[in-house]
Design a binder for this molecule. Sequence first.
Ligand SMILES: [Zn+2]
Length: 145
Amino acid sequence: MSVNCCSQGSCSSTKNCPKCGNTSKTVGFKTVLHHLKFPHVLGAEESEYYFCSDAACSLVYFSANNKRITQRQISVFDENRAEKICYCFDIDKAVYIEALGNNSAEKIKQFVVQKTKASLCACAIKNPSGRCCLADFKKIESIEG
Ligand SMILES: [Zn+2]
């Protein structure tokens, strides 16, 4: 298998999560590998992976060849960790929602926007979705704002 559109991150193909049915986007194998607790034990193989973004779903990644990876196998979803909005700069979802209530949200978002523009973020490695979190900021704003 050589380079295809998915390994370059430009692929927009989706699959429905086999657990909850949520539309799940492709995610790079590198992203999957960096979030697994014990990749050598779990035997994750290079494959086409998809990310289920539904926080209520126990499944996080699933592959085209039926490999399933659950929240318990992903370090950032440990029970004692707060839900993040930005994984690159460690911003909790709750912190951002609070900031929306006291007008300091824009400052937080601008920080992330600036760093992203300067290519100082690391979404492909740190965000379990493998994607930029700025769309998630907008999502929270439309719900909470
Ligand atoms: Zn799901």
